[in-house]
Every structure is written in C-alpha cells, then in structure tokens.
Design a protein around this ligand. Structure first.
Ligand SMILES: *Cc1c(COP(=O)(O)O)cnc(C)c1O
Length: 399
C-alpha cells in the first residue's frame, strides 16, 4: 500500500522492545476475529490471553463505553460514583458466596498486590505460600509469588517470607503451612505453565489446611474466571470458596480493570488510605465491566464455554492422536492446550501464516483461550490449521 505506515517499525523504534512479538499488526476486531492493516482476517484463539472473553468489540461493551465516555470518564475513589457502585453490586452478585466486596484495580498484577496486602493486614502474619509453576504477575509483590526464574532472578531480592510448594500435592503444603502463614495463593488451573489441572480433591484439602491454620486462601482466577472453564469460577469445579479471589483479564471486555474480591470483614481490615490508586474504579472501566458481566450472565457464557470446549477439545485430542510429535491435549471449557514434544514456536508462526492466532504456555505447549463467542465454524477451522502446522513441524523432526 502506497504511503502505508510501518507500525511494526514504529513500535520497534519507540517501544521498549520488552514484549516478544508476533509478526502481525492488528488494527480491528469483532467477536473471535481480528484484522491486520491490509484487511486480512485472523481467528483469534489467544484473545489477549483470554481478555476478549465476550468477543472483540462486544457491541454491548462498546455501547456502555461510548455512553460513559460522553458522561464522565474519571472520578477519583474519594467520591461516590454511579458506574462504580453499579459494578461493585454486579460483581458481588456473580462472585462465590460471601465474597461481597472488592478492591478495584487496573490490572491482574495489581489485584494480586491488593490480595497479598489484604491477607497480611487481616491476619497480621507475613508468610505467603505459593505454588511451583504459579504465575501471578510481574510487579514486585506479585512477582514474589510467581515461580518462573526467568521473570524473578533479574530482580531479586523480591519480597521476603514467600515460599513455594509443589502444585497439586497437598502433603507438600501440609509440611510447610503453619500458624504464621498469612495466605496460600494458587491458580485453580495453572495457566502460564501449561494449563495444569490439579487432582480433583486438591483444592478442597488446601481449603481445609488453610482453615486449620487460620491462613487465608487466595485463588487467582485472573485467567480461569468469568466462564472460561465452563463455570463462572474455576473453583466451582471443586466446590471450594476462597477467602480472597483475584479477577482481571476478561472482566472489562477489553478495558483494563481488575479486582480483589473478599468478604466485607476482610476488605475492611485495610485502614483508610492504606491501599488506593488514582485510576482504580474509574467510571469508564466500571461501565465496561458492568456491561460485560451482564453479557456473560444473560448469554450463559459458562455453559457456552463448556459445550464449545467439549467440541474443541475433541478436535485437539484428534490432532494429538494423529501426530507422533504431539504429546497430549488437555484442558477444560475453553481453557485448552496441546502439548508437543518440541518447542511450539514454529507451530505458532505457521498457524499465524495460515490465519489463526494461538498462544504459548511454556515452550512446548500451545494454549487456546478463544473468545467464548467463537463461532461453531471457527473451531474446526482453527483445529484444521493447527493440525497442518503440527504435521509440518512433525515432518521437520521425523521426515
Ligand atoms: C495474566 C495473569 C496475571 C497478571 O495479570 P496482568 O494483568 O498481566 O498483570 C496474574 N495471574 C494470572 C493467573 C494471570 O493469568
């Protein structure tokens, strides 16, 4: 195109370069599709790591943002606000029983920061137990609970009083949890480390151990929440209710917002001014999140994720059975993974060139977090592309 701007070059010149980039410039989106500057369409099975859960530019979210933008965009938390109060009430109505109040934030990692501060303030204890393989964000507090050495080591020392135990192993937790433990933090399903589902009774035992020692259970539902796994919250699969739950990614329908939700008596353990943030609870993000939550509830997105997820998973299982290079298909709802025996880098790039975006989850795992509104036709199309890309990678290794 004559005179077309080279956006990739502009970002490389003036951005930090800290993001690992796909060779694609996205300029438009709708439902589970995105388009590049030349008008080529892609199926987005990454959805910003699950952010676009109700679809790109969900019309109800767009309308709410437009209406709110015309009325009031900023309102500091030191004032009451209609959009914020509506969201707080709406959020409480969809959260697990008893989690009726929230600290609003602007991201996932900030929601984890809030959860850690809440747990320390509420219990008066300092120790936090996190999980090997766990991912909770990259600011210093959340990073202290994150396992991956690649993210941690350049920035040590991190917060003290954090330790890690094997995920899915209740005895390992039992061996270290004590009367001085403020909180145990875990993802109900580990998202960043390969879509790892713990044994069925695991979270129940973790809950019991926390209760026995007076420690709070923080469940990080930033990736698993809001219908992604076929339930509103992944913790419902094990019938466990946490003391504090973190939510973000899909909450705002694409607009940055997060929350740490907890019973009132826990959120009230922070004194006035101890944890505030300028943009927290801003009306624009709140209006988007309310519209987004309404869409999720009205359209039964958890059930939709379950039935579409079952179809998508069987397609992935088929791919796994056809290729020697594939190890396993796994996941629940529309939080799915295909594990290979090799680095998936080329598979992701091949898929992209064939018009489908998939995500990493560790070096050998292709992760799928598509919008739950992905169409019935886009699922087999995506699987077909992945099948071809895996086949091509297999032929590179096995001839
Ligand atoms: C993405 C993610 C985070 C961090 O969220 P950011 O908005 O990137 O800071 C934390 N925990 C989990 C489980 C996540 O998937």
């Amino acid at each position: 195109m004559m005179g077309a701007k080279n956006y990739a070059e502009m970002e490389e010149a003036h951005g930090s370069g800290v993001f690992e980039k796909y060779p694609l410039t996205i300029v438009k989106g709708s439902r589970a599709s995105v388009w590049d500057a030349e008008g080529k369409e892609f199926i987005d099975c990454m959805a910003g790591y699950g952010v676009a859960i109700t679809g790109h530019c969900n019309p109800q979210v767009v309308r709410a943002v437009r209406d709110q933008a015309q009325r009031l965009m900023t309102c500091h938390g030191s004032f009451y606000n209609d959009a914020r109060s509506e969201l707080l009430e709406r959020l409480a109505s969809v959260c697990p029983r008893g989690l009726d109040s929230a600290i609003l934030t602007n991201s996932g990692t900030e929601s984890v920061e809030a959860a850690i501060k809440l747990a320390r303030r509420h219990t008066g204890r300092k120790r936090v137990i996190s999980m090997k393989g766990g991912f909770h964000g990259k600011t210093f507090g959340a990073l202290s609970a994150t396992w991956n050495k690649k993210y941690r080591e350049p920035f040590e020392p991190l917060l003290s009083h954090f330790e890690f135990v094997e995920y899915g192993n209740a005895s390992a937790l039992e061996a270290v949890i004590g009367e001085d433990t403020a909180a145990v933090i875990a993802e109900p399903i580990q998202g960043d480390t390969g879509v790892i589902i713990p044994p069925p009774e695991y979270l129940k035992v973790v809950r019991e151990l926390c209760d026995k020692k007076g420690a709070l259970l923080i469940l990080d539902e930033i990736q698993t929440g809001l219908g992604r796994t076929g339930r509103m919250w992944a913790s419902e699969h094990s019938g466990v209710i946490p003391d504090i739950m973190t939510v973000s990614k899909g909450l705002g329908g694409g607009v940055p917002i997060g929350a740490a939700v907890a019973p009132h008596e826990i959120t009230r353990s922070l004194r006035k001014g101890e944890h505030t943030s300028t943009f927290a609870g801003n009306p624009l993000a709140c209006a988007a999140a309310s519209a987004n939550l309404n869409f999720i509830v009205k359209n039964g997105l958890p059930d939709m994720a379950e039935s579409k997820g079952r179809k998508m998973k069987s397609l992935l299982t088929g791919i796994a059975s056809r290729h020697k290079i594939a190890r396993e298909a796994r996941g629940i709802g529309l939080m799915l993974a295909l594990e290979l025996r090799v680095d998936v880098h080329r598979v992701l790039l091949d898929s992209l060139s064939r018009g489908v975006i998939f995500a990493y989850s560790g070096r050998e795992v292709v992760r799928l977090l598509p919008p739950i509104v992905i169409t019935e036709a886009q699922m087999p199309k995506s699987a077909e592309v992945l099948d071809e890309a895996v086949g091509l990678e297999g032929s590179r290794h096995y001839g």
